[in-house]
Write a protein that binds this ligand. Sequence first.
Ligand code: SAM
Length: 246
Amino acid sequence: MGTQHLYGDAIADVYDRLFPGTADAEHAADFVAALCPEGGKVLELGVGTGRLALPIAARGHHVHGVDASARMLEKLREKDPEQRVTTSVGDFAGDPLDERYDVVLLACHGLCGALEQQSQVRTLIRMGEQLADGGRVVLETYEPKLYQGQNGPVVAAQHLIGGGLLVSTTYANSHAQIVHVQHSVMDGSAQSQVTETNRWVWPSELDLMARIAGLELEQRWSGWLKEPYGPDATRLVSVYRKVDAP
Ligand SMILES: C[S@@+](CC[C@H](N)C(=O)[O-])C[C@H]1O[C@@H](n2cnc3c(N)ncnc32)[C@H](O)[C@@H]1O
């Protein structure tokens, strides 16, 4: 394993205070559940602390989560004593697992965590290889125009549930499609730094990369409630199926 675990390991202790179980996670679970047969199988790559995997499992589906960070998976297990979600440590661009799944999910702009176009394509190929007959790949990514053309650092602050503050400074490099985010976690007297780097993906680029992976776009929305995708969208929820799917 390379350095893919570093972001998760560094953010694990505060992640659930930044992204608590929200209505959005329940909507995501409903969206995924609707694409699965009853008691179907879901693979979530970059499962993290189970923010989405646990509500999907609560809807009666078998969920397996892969994550590069053992620390994130520890947090998931603390919340899931019954082990409704099984997990393994691994790279989402890595070799496929033997099992095949009705839905393969990569949410929360996880694909952008792969920092080269090639590794993003490899991740999509792996997602397609994991599909059962009739299965669907589901991706949540952000709209790149949020960063494209951004001049200089942009600072934003967010409260941590239970007190504390996360101050995030974003540096975008439009030429390289790369954004570096320096997160400063201020929690009582403790302060820590977490760096996150993403490579953003244009919607048309995403569809072309998916084509290279043998997948074609079936649905695109701007949120889990199937809000229409249009010029004001800040994120994309895309559903792909295999090109030769019936
Ligand atoms: C922003 S979190 C999202 C977690 C969860 N999907 C959610 O929606 O809350 C991204 C997760 O992807 C994991 N990750 C990043 N790069 C990865 C890689 N190359 N392979 C596997 N997991 C990775 C991180 O460790 C982290 O847990």
